[in-house]
Design a protein around this ligand. Structure first.
Ligand code: 1GP
Length: 231
């Protein structure tokens, strides 16, 4: 696997700029022992709320990356940048369309060494990202494998992101994706709301992303860090 700035990440918290988090809660997240914080969301992301959250996370030593999903939300100053390309949609604007528009505008300012494309495969039809992008979420194992090979071998993307946001996914499929990938890191995110699910996800994927539960049950969110690290 390529050595890149996120190669060692096993556990990541994802924070949504459009959601409230208190200083105490943010302190607990940033000092939890997680490997990194990814800032990103599927709706309501603006320059202002992204800068604001970045500045608050910046008080801590933890790595902090931005998932750039809108032009408005592209903010300088993060340690790293992810650019999602949705692989299981037929709508070209979500595969390379918007990303190209972003490059027309900001292409000369991109810190390429710290920027990585993510091949997103969205697998929960209820997720906002699936609805927004028109993702075809019902995939057989053969179809998933083809998407992973497309990302990993043909496109040489450094990350394959299996996104179940809001629902815990099929760990057999996730494991299959990880076994298929040869150079990409397989990220898994979706529905992790306790230590046991975090452990299962860590057994299946290279990197485990924990999001929503931060906002509803902080203690449960924090318990996922050691669960992943102990696998
Ligand atoms: C969302 O994959 C992340 O983009 C995490 O999902 O919010 O369901 O934990 P949850």
């Amino acid at each position: 696997m390529n050595e890149v700035w996120f190669s060692s990440w096993r556990h990541v918290f994802k924070l949504d700029p459009d959601r409230e988090i208190s200083d105490e809660q943010l302190d607990a997240i940033c000092t939890s022992g997680t490997d990194a914080i990814i800032v990103g969301g599927s709706s309501g992301v603006t320059f202002e709320n992204t800068v604001d959250l970045m500045a608050r996370i910046r008080r801590y030593a933890v790595d902090c990356a931005l998932e750039v999903s809108t032009l408005e939300g592209a903010v300088p100053g993060f340690d790293g940048y992810f650019v999602p390309l949705v692989l299981n949609t037929s709508r070209a604007e979500w595969i390379t369309g918007r990303q190209t528009e972003g490059l027309i505008e900001y292409g000369s300012f991109v810190p390429w060494e710290e920027t990585a494309a993510q091949g997103y495969i969205i697998l929960n039809e209820e997720a906002t990202a699936a609805k927004v992008t028109g993702a075809q979420t019902e995939l057989t194992e053969a179809e998933l494998t083809a998407h992973v090979r497309m990302a990993d071998r043909l496109m040489r993307l450094p990350v394959v992101y299996l996104e179940y946001s809001g629902r815990f996914g099929d760990m057999q499929l996730v494991k299959r994706a990880r076994m298929t990938a040869t150079q990409a890191r397989v990220f898994y995110g979706g529905g992790i709301d306790n230590a046991d699910k975090a452990r299962q996800a860590a057994e299946a994927a290279h990197t485990v992303v924990v999001g929503n539960i931060i906002y509803s049950d902080l203690e449960a969110a924090l318990s996922t860090v050691s669960a992943v690290k102990n696998v």
